[in-house]
Design a binder for this molecule. Sequence first.
Ligand code: PMP
Length: 287
Amino acid sequence: MKIYLNGEFVEKEDAKISVYDHGLLYGDGIFEGIRAYDGVVFKLKEHIDRLYDSAKSITLEIPMTKEEMEKVVVDTVKINNLKDAYIRLVITRGVGDLGLDPRKCPKPTIFCIAEPMNPLLGEDGIKVITSSVRRLPVDVLNPAVKSLNYLNSILAKIQANYAGVHEAFLLDSEGYVAEGTGDNIFVVKNGLIKTPPVSSSVLRGITRDTVIELAKELDIPIVEERLTLHELYVADELFITGTAAELVPVVEIDGRVINHGELGEITKKLSEEFKKIRKVMGTKVYE
Ligand code: PMP
């Protein structure tokens, strides 16, 4: 397995970064989780755009054009002879001193990993709990920035682990439903799909946007609206989306069983369509 690290490809065992890297010392950096399906990197341009937006927001200057960054991703998949892969692209502030001042970090660290990975939470319906850990408010650290600060998601995941379920949902600071630890949330009631708006404490998921596009194409009504836990508890269908998890139905939340524990019709339809389009929507690795 070869890893891209600061301009070269190195073996996994040699892919090492400094203990003075501010990505490690302070979580000062950004990343993208991307997938390739059948030799096509799904929505690569959209991922790179989001990466550069995250970078701009935290004033991290990436010493590379977007086109060069796309090539890094494509080349990492290619050099490992992969067709289906999960790709992790990370840019940190780079090596500095022990203070937190980013001016001491002249050169960002850039690495890219590509390896095979099954859907993170399996493909069957999952059980979730609501975490007592709240999603970061937009005026603290905007979840729109895909930063290396994932501790609140990790603390929520630990609660899910203790509860013996697959995933935890986080509320925003006002008590409305935000997102999962690494995924967006959708609810279906009486044929209408709802998902929290990106202006609230959620990341604008690339999979989320894809599902919204698909629903519109399929003429299934969909709105972006703040959601309460009550709406999740009484949902006809509930599912989550994310690059690592893909599209997964939720069959139980906080002990309330959804749709008798069965896969709902709308979730099924969207999942099937998503599986079809993801092999063709994106950037080809092999010509
Ligand atoms: N929310 C959070 C907190 C995430 O980490 C992710 C995974 N990147 C998502 C939502 C889903 O985003 P995407 O569909 O772009 O993977």
